[in-house]
Design a protein around this ligand. Structure first.
Ligand SMILES: Nc1ncnc2c1ncn2[C@@H]1O[C@H](COP(=O)(O)OP(=O)(O)OP(=O)(O)O)[C@@H](O)[C@H]1O
Length: 642
């Protein structure tokens, strides 16, 4: 029998194929099972129009047979098979895809052919030192055997086979120190690979599996009878076949979705929401997504990898395709299946991302709408979702210079001091009295403490609500948004700004009050200058406060950087030196002010210095800032008590 050589270019290509196209050897099984499924699809397609085929959908199967002794793994299908010429053409010419030709000739939505490049078959040589193919084409009397040990060529000879179809016999390479080829002969190893890549292949993938059972008990049973066990084998279907994401939502129960989710994504808890999404506009896909009900333990660490499992025609391409999800929805788990992906030759990557981008955009919209629906219809559930993943949405609104803030702003929740519960910005704005100029917020580390801030109390006394922000990202998130939509008194579209109760002008005073404050500032200029000097650069200004009711003193910030933002930034490497411009504000109606005034008038600079330091330290404490010199502060308080 003459040995035929692969064409010259093919030799080189084959070497490349075997050694460098795939990063993962185990995908050979995915490729051969996909070929078997394609071959079955072709015969099944024929059977739809030609009753003489005599096969029903249920008759088709892919059989895996392993033989540890002869070190072979056989993949058999009862599909269309190959004639001698087809064996030569398809397996003798690298990059010739009979499947692609078939797909071009038969444009029908019932066929879901996987092959297109004409190279997948050769991945068998990554794990086998010899491959034997025995094939009988449907409708032919002849069976042919194709055999090759790799790059130097193949042999073709007549063979025997009863029915149409193909057996691919892989002579698995011996184990080496680095490569555990034995795994491809191992029952559990094979099952795992099938489950991973080919779970949703449409035809049953079957294999004899070893089981054990108790031997029947003898009758009568002897006194000293001990149960005996025997092993036996049973043909088992390894794949689930029907992708749950291709079913209509009405056909699947909540329990089925939940158990699919838990099984596939290794979670012990049911998902908080199931999202089924299909082809939208120009993006052609089926997606089944889940919002988990709790945070993975590594969610806020750099180890967490976002992404959806990506399938092309039911075959796994990528376990975690990050490009399908925006970062702010990184908590979403799930599956996307699309026939329209431009895969690269190894199917490990996608060639261009235009299709992926379309799917990404459609999913982003869908997830956003589903979260909105959850917020509107199941508030309790949304709030527990928020506890787990809200931070990620706030980061999303803040990141990329606020580019996604508009998309996300109505999904955000903040603690309302007035309502004592979480509210959306829209809910806050709807309840704003007509004359209220700003959305007020206070930022710090606990809601209790923030509610007691003098400035927060003042705003609340006016009957306005204050959002109490306790997470690092909160204020940054509002600052980047700057405004939120609000209709004006005439019902025209307008906006309302966010205002930190501890920064700048709160817009609460009447013109008269403003004027009075200005006059008091002028009248007390000498005192304030002296205090500013006494504080030696710690504050930018000392002035009369319009945000204090009962307290003698507070600190506010002038400019865009608030005191709370300074605290957050100071914890981040590289931003330690960032400082807000602080203003020490005094309550002119408080008895302490009279004491200060008296000290200044009496020319008692020592006392003024000491009291300025004390008041500054008090203001720092109220703000939750560390006192610069706690020992000196404690001593000063004690000396006052003596
Ligand atoms: N089990 C099989 N039964 C029938 N024909 C087969 C079988 N396996 C392979 N073929 C034929 O051989 C051709 C080449 O197979 P190969 O796996 O190399 O490429 P492909 O499946 O066409 O494309 P891809 O590289 O995208 O997988 C197929 O297109 C098909 O015509």
């Amino acid at each position: 029998m003459a040995k035929k050589e692969f064409q010259a270019e093919s030799k080189k290509l084959m070497d490349m194929m075997i050694n460098s196209i795939y990063t993962n050897k185990e995908i050979f099984l995915r490729e051969l099972i996909s070929n078997a499924s394609d071959a079955i699809d072709k015969l099944y397609y024929k059977s739809l129009t030609d009753p003489s085929v005599g096969m029903n959908k249920g008759d088709f199967r892919i059989l895996l047979t392993r033989d540890k002794d002869s070190r072979t793994l056989t993949i058999s299908d009862n599909g269309i098979g190959m004639t001698k010429e087809e064996l030569e053409q398809n397996l003798g010419t690298i990059a010739h895809s009979g499947s692609l030709d078939f797909k071009k000739d038969n444009k029908d939505e019932n066929i879901d052919i996987i092959g297109q490049f004409g190279v997948g078959f050769y991945s068998a040589f990554m794990v086998a030192d010899k491959v034997t193919v025995i094939s009988k084409a449907y409708g032919s009397d002849e069976t042919w055997q194709w055999e090759s040990s790799g790059a130097d060529g193949y042999e073709l000879e007549p063979a025997q086979k009863e029915t149409a179809g193909t057996d691919i016999i892989l002579h698995i390479k011996p184990d080496t120190e680095t490569d555990h080829y034995d795994n491809f002969l191992d029952e559990y190893g094979i099952v795992a690979i099938v489950k991973k890549y080919s779970d949703y292949v449409r035809y049953p993938i079957q294999m004899e599996r070893e089981k054990s059972r108790q031997k029947p008990e003898p009758d009568p049973k002897p006194e000293d009878y001990k149960p005996e066990w025997e092993t036996y084998t049973e043909l088992e279907t390894l794949n689930s076949m029907v992708p749950i994401w291709k079913k209509q939502k009405s056909e699947v129960t909540d329990e089925e979705y939940a158990s699919f989710y838990k099984d596939k994504f290794n979670d012990y808890a049911d998902p908080a929401r199931v999202i089924v999404s299909r082809t939208e506009g120009t993006a052609n896909y089926n997606a089944l997504l889940f919002v988990p009900s709790h945070r993975p333990y590594d969610f806020y660490t750099k180890d967490y990898e976002k992404g959806l499992a990506l399938y092309a025609s039911g075959v796994l391409i990528m376990e975690k395709c990050g490009d399908l999800l925006p970062d702010y929805f990184s908590f979403v788990k799930g599956i996307v299946d699309s026939q329209d992906l431009s895969l690269n030759i190894s199917r490990e990557m996608l060639q261009k991302d235009s299709q992926l981008k379309l799917i990404h955009n459609a999913l982003e919209k869908k997830i956003k709408n589903e979260l909105h629906a959850m917020l509107a219809n199941d508030r309790e559930k949304y709030e527990s979702f928020w506890k787990e993943f809200g931070r990620q949405l706030k980061f999303g609104a803040y990141s990329d210079y606020g580019m996604h803030a508009e998309l996300l702003r109505d999904l955000l929740l903040f603690w309302s001091a007035k309502e004592q519960k979480m509210v959306t910005l829209q809910e806050y704005v709807e309840k704003m009295p007509a004359e209220q100029k700003y959305i007020y917020f206070a930022a710090g580390d606990s809601t209790d403490r923030l509610a007691k801030l003098p400035a927060a109390e003042l705003v609340m006394d006016k009957g306005y609500d204050v959002l109490l922000l306790t997470e690092d990202v909160d204020e940054f998130c509002l600052q980047i948004m700057r405004t939120y939509p609000r209709k004006d008194a005439e019902g025209k579209d307008g906006t309302v700004e966010f205002k930190n109760v501890n920064s700048g002008d709160l817009g609460l005073e009447t013109e008269d009050e403003k004027k009075a404050a200005e006059e008091a500032n002028t009248a007390n200029k000498a005192l304030f200058d002296a205090m500013k000097d006494a504080l030696d650069g710690k504050v930018k200004e000392v002035k009369v406060s319009t945000r204090l009711k009962d307290h003698p003193v507070c600190l506010s910030a002038d400019g865009p950087l608030s005191i709370e933002m300074e605290k957050v930034l100071s914890k981040q490497p590289g931003s330690e030196g960032v400082k807000s411009d602080k203003v020490l504000e005094l309550n002119v109606n408080h008895p302490v002010f009279a004491v200060l005034k008296a000290a200044q008038e009496a020319g008692d600079t020592d006392k003024l210095k000491k009291y300025s330091a004390l008041l500054y330290a008090q203001a720092q404490l109220i703000e939750g800032l560390p006192v610069d010199d706690p020992a000196a502060y404690a001593e000063a308080v004690c000396s006052l008590m003596q």
